[in-house]
Design a binder for this molecule. Sequence first.
Ligand code: GAR
Length: 191
Amino acid sequence: MKKIAIFASGNGSNAENIIKFFQSDDSDIEVVLVICNRKDAGVYERAHRLNTEILYLPKSSINDENVLMPILEKYKIDFIVLAGFMLMIPSFILSRFPNSVINIHPSLLPKYGGKGMYGKFVHEAVVAAGEKESGITIHRVTDKCDEGEIIFQTSIPVSKEDTPESVEQKIHRLEKEYFPKVIKHTILLKK
Ligand code: GAR
């Protein structure tokens, strides 16, 4: 059994989708823990509804090896998925989980990545620049924001009629369709 921890900061629609995918998938992979750094996030309701453990950890605890590592060890975590997680991952995690931390970003990296580029800000920038396409990037996490080996990208067309909201909807559809499958393949390839 491979055990995933999802790190999330907000609404949690990707976390919900990933949890559901592995609950009904016949692979030996399961989301056993969600960690959230914001108290008011929508992801708590989603995790509770899906009977998945969720813990609130403030930034100071996430950055503290003596707090976070015992939790990840208790749940026997093998793999970490960032799904709308808005903090940098501390270096002790990257060394304790080599090649085992991945993130989804709602643009075609390296475009529209980096500090301050998250969620709706990405889609606003894409529309403002008159881009003809956007997409999603799933990549390995490093100590640099939105860098690291790209595992998967796919795109959607963006037209003059699109708004940041309509682009966001299309991107969310891509995320729902591809993110769980890419997580599964990445974990299975690691074996
Ligand atoms: C997702 O679109 C994800 O790609 C993005 O935040 C959204 C979270 O939605 N992540 C980033 O912008 C990371 N830089 P969710 O909370 O409903 O899953």
